[in-house]
Design a protein. Structure first.
Length: 179
């Protein structure tokens, strides 16, 4: 901890002594200017007194800085949350697909279509959009109904999603493409 700062009054005392000396010299050399010289001395002394008062108030309210106890009470900004990993995103998309029809159509379907396209092309040489009949036979009716290119968005965006057992069967059908 740092030492408490002290009031430096010597400079003010020096200025006041110099002002008194000047007033005495003026009073001795020019007796008729004693009144105005005394008024100047009072103004200088008042200014120095105000200066010392301001400094002493500043020193009286001086704080050495935060104590360890005070620092412990301050909340530190939390680290920004990490981006979810791929399995966490997939888990979220599956959960959202079972909750709302729009989530099923936009998030889950998009991911599953890309996966099905990759597996159909790699394992069977079939393009999901260019050869829909071959893709339909390989996927099965239930998976094809969700993944077909001409599927319309749901009329009720906030309607119920797909039951989890249907989602599981469709994911199994897409995974089975690689075998």
């Amino acid at each position: 901890m740092t030492d408490r700062p002290r009031l430096h009054w010597r400079g003010s005392a020096l200025v006041l002594a110099l002002a008194v000396l000047i007033v005495l010299v003026v009073a001795i050399l020019s007796p008729r200017d004693r009144g105005p010289a005394a008024q100047v001395l009072v103004v200088v002394a008042g200014a120095l007194a105000i200066r010392l008062l301001v400094r002493s108030v500043r020193l009286a309210t001086w704080a050495p800085g935060p104590f360890a106890f005070d620092q412990a009470l301050v909340l530190r900004p939390a680290r920004p949350p990490a981006l979810p990993s791929e399995p966490e995103r997939i888990r979220f998309e599956v959960g959202a697909a079972t909750h709302r029809a729009m989530e099923l159509n936009h998030q889950f379907r998009r991911r599953l279509r890309a996966l099905a396209q990759d597996r159909l092309t790699a394992a069977h040489g079939v393009d999901l959009d260019a050869d829909p009949e071959a893709a339909r036979k390989l996927l099965g009716e239930e998976a094809w109904d969700l993944l077909r290119p001409d599927r319309e968005p749901p009329a009720d965006r906030f309607g119920p999603g797909m039951p989890i057992d249907e989602v599981t069967r469709i994911v199994d059908a897409v995974e089975g493409l690689a075998r």
